[in-house]
Design a protein around this ligand. Structure first.
Ligand code: NDP
Ligand code: OXD
Length: 316
């Protein structure tokens, strides 16, 4: 492939505001052509071009089949597992301290919300009831994070600093860092048995899809609670509802769902002890994301390796 001196930029922002993304890229494009698909039509990519995408209509990869690279506008790349996107096209994702810190904030909030029994106190307040309850120290609470990648590792470090007893579950064996590490299917049982607050930060891949269901909930420690910030597809939602309704899970903070927006008739909305947020745990800040992608485009133009490159056969 010839090295292009200047790449044009096609943004395919799916459900996100196209105007905002056009503006942030135009402000940094330094004369490179910028277009939005499908708004600017199928001619958008005057070759050579890259595509910057978020949950876009996969047709973009059929009408613009030869991008020099595809950039996810977020950390996840499951939305890029689509027919039409050729296997040999390099794909990169966002790995950024701004996004990581947002996730650390959210997960710390969610674990503290569950640990400090806040939904019970909120309910008491609504009834004007003054009812102090025994509070366990963080050091006596075992948190388990499924997925100790860029985000899970950072969340684990902060929770450990707050005193929680933190472990993580990963695919590939590695040395323990700031937290204890369990690796692979054979270690999953031991990891779950010790876990009182389970945090899901797994990507959505063929191996993780539907992984967290009744069997996982049954193996957690008594009184376990659940935080889902990874992907809804990794959880069997009916079995989550059942585990919460039966008391197997004592509470949950849920940010991601198999179907988003979460349908109005989902039983999850009304379950006591469940806090729901609309996939906002670690929003992408368009200015930060565009800066990072432009730096990657410059790398591509210089013939250098992309930062945040993803192995799409592994799926994350
Ligand atoms: P990384 O790719 O850095 O880390 C993924 C982690 O998951 C790794 O530790 C990996 O293990 C582990 N993993 C993957 N597959 C398996 C498996 N089959 N069994 C066990 N462990 C597995 O991802 P990030 O930390 O950057 O992001 C994680 C996910 O968070 C994203 O994919 C996205 O879905 C979600 N996210 C959600 C947001 C929100 O707002 N709710 C915002 C941003 C991201 P190993 O270390 O062995 O490779
Ligand atoms: C992401 C997300 O993957 O927002 O960045 O979920």
């Amino acid at each position: 492939m010839n090295r292009p001196s200047r790449l044009s930029i096609v943004i395919a922002p799916g459900p996100w505001d196209p105007g905002q993304w056009r503006d942030v890229f135009l402000a940094r494009a330094d004369g490179r052509p910028v277009s939005v698909w499908p708004d600017d039509g199928d001619e958008a990519g005057a070759a050579p071009y890259v595509i910057c995408a978020w949950k876009t209509d996969p047709r973009v990869f059929e009408v613009l089949p030869s991008p020099r690279a595809v950039f996810s506008l977020g950390a996840g790349v499951d939305h890029l597992q689509v027919p039409g996107l050729l296997r040999d096209v390099p794909v990169a994702r966002i790995v950024d301290p701004d996004l990581t810190m947002r996730m650390v904030e959210y997960v710390t909030f969610a674990v503290l919300h569950l640990h400090r029994q806040i939904s019970r106190y909120a309910q008491d307040q609504s009834l004007r009831v003054w009812a102090p309850r025994f509070q366990t120290a963080a050091s006596r609470v075992r948190v388990g994070i499924m997925g100790l990648g860029v985000l899970g590792e950072a969340c684990g470090r902060t929770l450990a600093q707050l005193g929680f007893d933190v472990a993580g579950w990963v695919r590939t064996p590695r040395e323990a860092t700031s937290v204890q590490v369990f690796a692979g299917q054979e270690a999953l049982g031991a990891f779950l048995a010790r876990t009182e607050i389970l945090v899901n930060l797994l990507p959505n891949t063929p191996q993780t899809r539907g992984l967290i269901g009744a069997d996982v909930f049954a193996r957690l420690a008594d009184g376990a609670r659940f935080v889902n910030v990874g992907r809804g597809e990794t959880v069997v939602e009916d079995e989550l509802v059942q585990a919460l309704a039966s008391g197997r899970l004592a509470g949950a903070v849920l940010d991601v769902f198999g179907t988003e927006p979460l349908p109005a008739d989902s039983p999850l909305w009304a379950l006591p002890g469940v806090l729901i947020t609309p996939h906002v745990a670690a929003d992408s800040d368009p200015d930060v994301i565009a800066d990072q992608i432009i730096r990657n485009i410059e790398r591509l133009e210089r013939g250098e390796a992309l930062a945040g490159r993803v192995d799409m056969t592994r799926g994350y």
